[in-house]
Design a protein around this ligand. Structure first.
Ligand SMILES: [Mg+2]
Length: 137
């Protein structure tokens, strides 16, 4: 039997990377959003994790995300994070948007089948704020 695992497409900025100051010329300046590595350990046996971001279109962007994430995971492990005892972690970094079963993103609205949904009105769309951004004063 094939060990099928649904693909979960995970955004990077604002989801894995704290990104509290927005885009800063491509620099990954923030921290890992707390709980990410614990979440990875809890789902890794059942889903295929693919990281896909606007950074994914260049090799430099993919390399930067990958190096940063490996470094942060090493820090997490040194600080006592509980990883799988034997299996190495495989997180894929895609260059193109994967065919995903589900996407985790900080800037998305779940489409509910109705284009008349008030959540999709121009005002609602323009008022959207991700979790780590305060509304303008
Ligand atoms: Mg994002």
């Amino acid at each position: 039997m094939v060990d099928f695992k649904p693909t979960i497409c995970v955004d990077f900025d604002g989801v894995i990377h704290s990104y509290e100051r927005g885009w800063q010329g491509g620099v990954i300046y923030g921290q890992v959003v707390p709980g990410f590595f614990e979440w990875v350990e809890s789902v890794r046996d059942r889903v295929k994790l693919v990281i896909y971001s606007s950074r994914s279109k260049t090799d430099e962007g993919v390399t930067a995300m990958s190096l940063w994430l490996h470094e942060k995971r090493d820090e997490w492990i040194k600080a006592g994070g509980h990883r799988h005892p034997t299996e190495p972690l495989t997180i894929e970094f895609a260059h193109e948007k994967p065919a995903a079963w589900l996407t985790i993103d900080d800037r998305a609205i779940r489409f509910q089948g109705e284009w008349s949904d008030p959540a999709l009105s121009p005002d609602a769309i323009l008022a959207f704020r991700p979790w780590n951004s305060q509304p303008p004063k």
